[in-house]
Design a protein around this ligand. Structure first.
Ligand SMILES: Nc1ncnc2c1ncn2[C@@H]1O[C@H](COP(=O)(O)OP(=O)(O)O)[C@@H](O)[C@H]1O
Ligand SMILES: [Mg+2]
Length: 474
């Protein structure tokens, strides 16, 4: 059942109980006071008659006359209880009436001066109200048929019932308005809670609600906003986790893919070698192949471990003032043969003010040897130059070549793990696809950044910035 209806019914039940009790009480009081009033009136009339009942007066004609005047039955009873006169009976029948000395109202009047009684009349057989007062000669008694009193009472009662019905209707109207007033904001509150629960937008719809309901609505609204915030935070966290999971999966797939080829080669050649029929002169060749593939796997694993160490923060750079000329000489010394084979000249362009870099020496060696190796690999008959420049807050170290260049669409991804523009060429020349990724992480560990610019057919520039104010984190 609806709340409004329930409230209305409950209020109506209360009102009904109230109205009925009030009507019953008034009814009872009314009945009493009408009867009292009748007794009082009758007593007054009886006293008037009593004044006139003196010795020497014909009692029966007095009763008749008084009965005529008051339109009530009047009975005059002497002290012995004999009926001396009665307005309803004439002389002849008076003697037939029994002695009235034992009637309760008569006995009462004789002892206290006044008596009344409500009972069946043995003379008329109807419900009568008797009122008796004492007089010097006996007792004057008036009686009235209660039907007369009842009819007065009935008229008054109708008024009371009408008032009851009217007040009930008014109260019902009021209860209906009240029930609506109370239930409306609660119903709105329910709708609000439902819309919040189903993920809908909360709206401050419960504006005209009274006190606590209004507060409850505000609380629900507040909950909804909180919930929204929490949910979107959760969403963000979830998509971050999904991304991480994808990265992890890609990584595992990439590593497996990189290791599969050399592993297949190694196991295949090892199996062949285990055959005693293999001619001696070929054994060395097979062993060489096995060795070079094992070295390739070794390099992949070493570089992955390096990368993980830097990425996880387990490795921290120990910065010092490093002379770039020194490092260039060192790195070039390992690359001279490869450069000569490809007709590439190795150069430096290191101005005096940008001669020194605040960085970890091993890291900057690793960075430069990676960049030089890449540059020589992608250049023929040109030059590879180590360039430094000084800016306000950093020293830029770049390796510039006059080689193949990198197509625009690949440029943004070359720093990703295992990303290569030409995987075959990279593998054939011993690349792992991890070099630039290591460079990027080393630079970032120094608080620096990497960037690449390239023009296909003209050459490439990979630049690493080292902030001058870099402090080793403690
Ligand atoms: N100087 C360069 N010129 C042209 N392409 C380059 C150069 N340096 C890097 N690249 C491209 O970027 C890719 C990623 O480089 P890197 O991470 O060092 O891997 P690897 O050298 O092992 O292939 C290379 O495979 C190559 O395609
Ligand atoms: Mg490389």
């Amino acid at each position: 059942m609806k709340l409004a209806h329930r409230l209305l019914l409950q209020s109506l039940a209360i009102v009904a109980v109230l109205v009925i009790s009030v009507v019953l009480i008034i009814d009872y009081q009314l009945h009493n006071s009408i009867t009292d009033q009748a007794i009082h009136d009758l007593a007054g009339e009886a006293r008037l008659v009593a004044l006139q009942w003196r010795s020497g007066i014909n009692a029966d004609s007095l009763a008749d006359n008084a009965g005529e005047a008051t339109r009530h039955r009047i009975t005059l009873i002497d002290r012995e209880g004999h009926v001396a006169g009665d307005s309803d009976f004439n002389d002849a029948r008076l003697t037939e009436l029994e002695n009235h000395g034992r009637r309760p109202e008569v006995m009462q009047a004789l002892t206290t001066g006044f008596g009344s009684s409500l009972r069946m009349s043995p003379s008329t057989g109807e419900q009568q109200l008797y009122v008796a007062v004492k007089s010097p000669l006996g007792v004057v008694r008036l009686s009235v048929n209660t039907a007369v009193i009842e009819s007065v009472f009935e008229r008054a009662r109708q008024g009371v019932i009408l008032a009851g019905v009217v007040s009930f209707l008014l109260a019902a109207l009021l209860a209906a308005l009240l029930a609506r007033g109370i239930s409306k904001p609660i119903v709105q509150l329910r709708d609000l809670a439902r819309s919040v629960a189903s993920g809908g937008q909360a709206a401050p719809s419960v504006r005209h609600a009274p006190g606590e309901v209004r507060e409850l609505a505000d609380a629900v609204n507040w909950l909804a906003t909180e919930l929204d915030a929490k949910l979107s935070a959760l969403d963000a966290e979830q998509s971050r986790l999904r991304k991480l999971e994808n990265v992890r999966r890609d990584f595992v797939a990439n590593v497996s893919h990189e290791l599969r080829t050399p592993l297949t080669v190694v196991s295949g050649f090892a199996e062949t070698l285990s055959d005693p029929d293999v001619p001696v002169d070929r054994r060395t060749e097979f062993a060489q192949t096995i060795l070079s593939n094992a070295q390739r796997m070794q390099r992949i694993v070493d570089e992955l471990l390096d990368l993980t160490r830097i990425e996880s923060g387990h490795w921290q750079p120990r910065p010092q003032a490093v002379d770039v000329d020194d490092v260039a000489r060192e790195v070039f010394s390992h690359a001279t043969r490869a450069a000569a084979e490809k007709g590439v000249s190795l150069r430096t362009s290191i101005p005096l003010e940008a001669k020194s870099v605040w960085a970890d020496r091993t890291a900057i060696e690793q960075i430069l040897s990676n960049l030089i190796e890449n540059a020589i690999r992608h250049t023929t008959d040109g030059s590879v130059t180590i360039e430094t420049t000084k800016t306000d807050d950093s020293t830029e170290v770049a390796v510039v070549d006059t080689g193949l260049g990198i197509p625009e669409e690949h440029l943004g991804r070359i720093f990703e793990r295992f990303y290569r523009v030409d995987p075959g060429r990279s593998r054939d020349s011993g690349g792992t696809g991890l070099g630039l990724s290591i460079v990027k992480h080393l630079a970032e560990a120094h608080g620096g950044r990497v960037s690449a610019t390239s023009v296909v057919g003209k050459g490439t520039k990979i630049e690493v910035s080292f902030p001058t104010n870099f402090q080793q984190p403690s």
